[in-house]
Design a protein around this ligand. Structure first.
Ligand SMILES: N[C@@H](CCC(=O)N[C@@H](CS)C(=O)NCC(=O)O)C(=O)O
Length: 209
């Protein structure tokens, strides 16, 4: 069987999503670090694998893939992970929760965006706190529409949970006040106890040195 390789950066929340997914599936993989602070993402080697100049990229099943949500859906479909409900309405709800984090909140907090904002006079902390708070506020409201269950949607892990945990890591990193988000906080408290999530935590995968 071909080796699975994840091109990753320890603090990247998009890569963190994929690490969680691989761990949930017990899929062994090797990591190649792309140092975002050193600019490796826009170096020629990474641009060949990821023309957007981003992480993550994964090599799996003889394929090379980018975009964490697309990777999660590929893993879900090929490994029958069950990260999307069986019914179309449920799938739409879970995707909406995942997109609220990965498509709306996360991109404005991306390194290249935040650095540009800082060059225009924002502070990194102020920018992050503003947009993470705004994004989590919307997510909290969406979650209250489906209050049953210990996770974002019911009692099994979905794409939404895989997106939530890296975002809360970032919220903690930037000292965002989460007291106004009780449902987000309660779900996170359950998820952070699960081993596949713990093993994907940036502190567990940070390269030595
Ligand atoms: N939509 C992409 C986003 C990937 C992304 O934004 N990656 C960030 C790290 S979380 C990155 O590589 N940033 C490098 C940069 O901004 O220069 C995905 O989900 O894979």
């Amino acid at each position: 069987m071909e080796e699975t390789v994840l091109f990753d950066y320890w603090r990247s929340s998009a890569a963190y999503r994929v690490r969680i997914a691989l761990n949930l599936l017990h899929l062994p993989y090797r990591t190649v670090s792309v140092d975002l602070l050193a600019g490796d993402q826009i170096g020629p080697e990474n641009l060949v694998r990821n023309p957007q100049g981003l992480v993550p990229t994964i090599e799996i099943d003889g394929l090379r893939m980018t975009q964490s949500l697309a990777i999660l859906e590929y893993l879900n479909d090929t490994r029958r992970a069950g990260w999307l409900p069986a019914d179309p309405a449920g799938r739409a709800v879970v995707r909406a929760l995942a997109y609220a984090v990965a498509v709306d909140l996360h991109p404005v907090c991306n390194l290249r965006v935040a650095r540009h904002a800082v060059s225009l006079g924002a502070t990194m902390e102020g920018w992050m706190q503003h947009f993470i708070t705004l994004g989590l506020n919307g997510l909290e409201g969406l979650l209250h529409r489906n209050p049953a269950g210990q996770f974002c949607y019911g009692d099994s892990v979905t794409l939404a949970d895989i997106c939530l945990v890296p975002q809360i890591y970032n919220a903690h990193r930037w000292a965002v006040d989460l007291s106004a988000f009780p449902r987000v906080s309660a779900i996170f408290a359950v998820l952070e106890e699960l081993l596949p999530f713990q093993m994907a935590h940036p502190d567990r995968v940070k390269p030595a040195g």
